[in-house]
Design a protein around this ligand. Structure first.
Ligand SMILES: C[S@@+](CC[C@H](N)C(=O)[O-])C[C@H]1O[C@@H](n2cnc3c(N)ncnc32)[C@H](O)[C@@H]1O
Length: 277
């Protein structure tokens, strides 16, 4: 039996499994180990299903209580986020869009409600998110997108509503370019999805949040990192920047209604402007 497989099986369970198996035949030891692990995994799966069913059955609305719900969602969040075949393989019209589709649907609802005249996106990457926003703007019949990145990449969507800006989102020249495009009427929506370190996000918030019109949003992406609940070793990131921002600013509130699908990469990241400066 390979060392690595054997090492994962408790000694007593292994000898019991061996004894059982020898009464029938003499399967190779590797098959035995695999059989044990399969049994154990299906046992855990049954346990999870049973626990969820009994917790739901106890509740009046058929839903487990908030703390249990949170634990389930957090575990699913980790499962989803840590799988390289999910958000890293998400595309809009063939272009990588590094987003959770549930969040993209929320974007669609926000764009339909607000019909922003200008959307400022910090962090373009391949341009899939900008392409998605442009498509929704086409459907609602209004809106321009300015998307900023320190890198240019080939294959980004070419669309009359999208302007690509090359440079750091906090570079004064870049900020001036964006400011010059602010509309005199209509809503302005801001999406922060560039460098996710807390100091950078704090700087972006101080520069771009004042551009957001009342009723619109600054959406801080990836507040889920640094163990909220993924990437526990990330260090202070967007969530910590949001907390600092909200402590010093009462013009914005967290719109928890935008977390209605339970899973969002932006917990506490949908910040709605409720009052003017
Ligand atoms: C998470 S990706 C953006 C994903 C994209 N919005 C999407 O949903 O597909 C982050 C991007 O931010 C860019 N970036 C990093 N630091 C930046 C900065 N200071 N200013 C602007 N962009 C930056 C990176 O080059 C990278 O392309």
């Amino acid at each position: 039996m390979s060392q690595s497989v054997a090492a994962r099986i408790p000694r007593r369970a292994l000898s019991r499994a061996r004894a059982l198996a020898t009464t029938f035949a003499q399967p190779p030891a590797d098959a035995l180990a695999a059989w044990y692990l399969r049994r154990r995994r299906s046992g855990i799966a049954e346990l999870i299903t049973h626990s969820f069913e009994s917790l739901s059955a106890q509740a009046e609305d058929g839903q487990p209580d908030l703390a249990v719900r949170r634990a389930i969602v957090d575990q699913f969040h980790r499962l989803y986020y840590n799988d390289p075949g999910t958000w890293l393989e998400t595309r809009w019209m063939g272009v990588d869009a590094w987003k959770c589709p549930l969040d993209l649907w929320i974007y669609q609802e926000i764009l339909h409600e607000l019909r922003p005249a200008l959307i400022i996106e910090c962090g373009t990457a391949h341009g899939g998110s900008a392409g998605f926003l442009a498509s929704i703007c086409d459907l609602v019949g209004t809106g321009e997108i300015m998307t900023i990145d320190i890198e240019s990449k080939p294959g980004r969507p070419v669309h009359p509503r999208i302007t690509y800006v090359l440079g750091s989102s906090t570079d004064p020249e870049v900020v001036a370019t964006v400011r010059a495009r602010l509309p005199t009427t209509g809503n302005v929506l801001v999406i922060l999805d560039s460098d996710h370190s807390a100091p950078h996000v704090e700087r972006e918030l101080s520069v771009y949040a004042p551009m957001v019109t009342v009723g619109s949003y600054v959406i801080v992406e990836d507040t889920n990192v640094n163990n909220h609940p993924v990437l526990p070793d990330f260090g202070p990131g967007p969530m910590e920047a949001v907390s600092a921002f909200l402590t010093a600013n009462d013009q914005f509130v967290v719109d928890e209604g935008r977390q209605k699908y339970h899973l969002t990469f932006n917990p506490r990241g949908f910040l709605r402007r409720v009052s003017p400066p």
